[in-house]
Design a protein around this ligand. Structure first.
Ligand code: ADP
Length: 274
């Protein structure tokens, strides 16, 4: 056997391959149909822990559907989506995968955060309460801790002076920043940002994108950015995924994908942004 190891634990072990790391999210041959129309044709995609991916592509290509399935707002027609190695919709029972119950879905959902194009804030609650509500009701966190966490997140998005205001008194950019704080406070493993600036007046887009960029730079949380903002995708994403007609057409680091697009589909898509 091995001699007793007395202090070499921190030495890099060069001969052994790195232990396989479970992706935070894994789509395996995921298909989705609405009625007779198949809109995703077998998606395979792994997202590493902490990885920032941008999904780009023409409208109708299936980007939102991909994100909504991760949020369990839509169920795949076939295939498996895993979060931290566990299927979202299935649970193992006596060695077989059977349909998951609500309890399993609830636990899995707590790992995933989502921010939508329309902010969906609770209009009858002040900003602070919008952010404390889910930690208290869903995670069962005590009042003081929920308050402290919410204030921390609202500071992070630059809204520390709006805690006691109702959403109707906020600009669209501020509302979206509350929505981001509300998702962050749950400490998800991955956040899906679905076209979060599309409904905003152009002058409010920058403040929201810069908040997202700051969060991305903190690093630990994975992100799926569904976006039409190519400069933003280039700035923030570790990897860009170009989809069209329900398939992944091309994927790579931003400088490669934007700098040397290979497929005609991507070349023609990008030519619209110059
Ligand atoms: P993207 O986000 O890339 O614009 P979507 O995921 O929104 O694409 O849509 C992909 C395709 O699925 C489109 O053809 C769209 O019309 C269709 N689709 C999306 N949601 C539904 C739905 N609830 N019922 C029927 N068709 C839908």
């Amino acid at each position: 056997g091995e001699p007793a190891d007395t202090g070499s634990a921190s030495k890099p072990r060069q001969r052994e391959p790195a232990a396989p790391v479970t992706p935070v999210v894994s789509y395996r041959n995921v298909k989705k149909s609405y009625g007779d129309l198949e809109v995703l044709h077998g998606i395979d995609l792994d997202i590493a822990a902490g990885e920032k991916i941008a999904l780009i592509g023409p409208s109708g290509s299936g980007k939102t559907t991909l994100g909504r399935m991760l949020m369990t707002l839509e169920e795949p027609t076939s295939g498996i989506i895993e979060v931290e190695g566990e299927p979202l919709w299935q649970i193992e029972r006596n060695g077989k995968l059977v349909r998951a119950n609500e309890h399993h879905l609830h636990r899995m959902r707590s790992k995933i955060g989502m921010v939508f194009q329309h902010f969906n804030l609770f209009p009858h609650m002040r900003v602070l309460r919008n952010v404390t509500e889910a930690p208290r009701k869903v995670l069962g966190i005590g009042k003081e801790e929920a308050h402290d966490r919410a204030v921390e997140m609202l500071c992070k998005v630059g809204l520390e002076d709006k805690l006691d205001v109702y959403p109707s008194k906020l600009s669209g950019g501020q509302k979206q920043r509350v929505a981001i704080a509300r998702a962050l406070v749950m400490r998800p493993k991955i956040m899906v940002f679905d076209e979060v600036t599309s409904a905003l007046d152009p002058e409010l887009v920058g403040e929201v994108l810069s908040v997202i960029k700051e969060i991305a730079e903190e690093g630990e949380m994975a992100m799926m950015l569904i976006t039409h903002e190519m400069d933003f995708a280039r700035d923030v994403a570790d990897r860009v995924i170009f989809g069209a007609d329900g398939r992944i057409v091309e994927t790579g680091p931003p400088q490669e994908l934007f700098g040397q697009p290979k497929s005609d589909r991507l070349k023609s898509f990008l030519s619209r942004f110059v």
